[in-house]
Design a protein around this ligand. Structure first.
Ligand code: AMP
Length: 121
């Protein structure tokens, strides 16, 4: 049984987080703690805890998430300059909410993809 998180309540609008997009597969809303000027979360409506839990039947959902990211990036006016899509997985990935979600971040230069401290790379 996949446990619900706060994201399920947002998807069902049991808490009043404005939705930027919703269809039968995915929903999108602004991150409560934006790290950059545009920071949107795109989430499947059903609970998939992590990327590790994705199955073949979820491929339509995953494709929709990217299609919605593209649409919202255009609406936010960040498509031309560019943006980043991020999915964190489990502890090393820095995942905090165990309901799969894609971060759409942009609106300013984002710098290098990763800046690790104590990296051996
Ligand atoms: P992650 O570290 O990839 O699991 O990201 C979880 C994200 O969810 C963080 O950026 C949080 O700021 C964001 N978040 C947590 N609770 C809420 C909420 N109630 N509404 C919107 N964003 C949230």
């Amino acid at each position: 049984m996949n446990e619900e998180t706060i994201f399920s309540k947002i998807i069902r609008q049991e808490i009043p987080t404005p939705l930027l997009y919703q269809d039968e597969l995915v929903s999108a809303f602004r991150d409560i703690n934006p790290r950059v000027s545009t920071h949107i979360l795109i989430v499947p409506n059903k609970v998939i805890p992590t990327v590790n839990d994705v199955c073949e039947d979820d491929e339509l959902i995953l494709g929709r998430m990217i299609a919605v990211a593209k649409k919202l990036a255009k609406e936010e006016g960040i498509a031309k300059d560019g943006y980043r899509l991020i999915i964190n997985c489990n502890e090393h990935g820095g995942q905090e909410v165990y309901h799969l979600h894609m971060h759409l971040v942009g609106g300013q230069p984002l710098g290098p993809m990763l800046s690790l401290k104590n990296s051996n790379a």
